[in-house]
Design a protein around this ligand. Sequence first.
Ligand code: IMP
Ligand code: MG
Length: 179
Amino acid sequence: MRDDMAKIMLTEEQLHDKVCELGAQISRDYEGKNLLLVSVLKGSVLFMADLMRAISIPASVDFMSVSSYGSGTKTSGVVKIIKDLDIPLEGYDLLIVEDILDSGKTLEYIIEMLEARNPRSIKICTLLDKPDRRQVDISPDYSGFVIPDEFVVGYGLDYAEKYRNLPYIGVLKPEVYTD
Ligand code: IMP
Ligand code: MG
């Protein structure tokens, strides 16, 4: 473990097992449908890469990038589209792949925007769920782990654009935070 980490919350093995489980479940549920995995960059990139390999049915993928955070650890409530999807959504069964569902504001905004493009269906798959912090009425259709209200990094999740490349999910020591 790096010396700026206070603890490891989820190990590589726990993450791998859970992603395989989710992939199998999604493969069963979306059999015969027109699955489009929509990854919300950048946090979900590792989860997306592993999840899509754990899905055994045909699937399309697309990426979008929004920002709802500055470099700090609290939501700004403002969502900005940095990169939109390339694929027109009509006829697709969308599964939004997210790293973490926190206040829910980001996903609420994304879902409203994507619904207007008439996909066949929209569901949410989040690796982590922090229900204690929810500010809007939204819940995931697929969720890897429900976690307590602690700021986590690794496996795609960042603090000030760092730590995304850690293969596990952990909590930083308090002295690392500058805001
Ligand atoms: P929401 O709009 O509050 O649900 O925020 C969702 C986004 O905030 C996520 O996609 C993450 O990028 C970021 N986020 C929320 N909680 C954490 C955390 O504990 N660690 C790192 N990023 C987080
Ligand atoms: Mg994110």
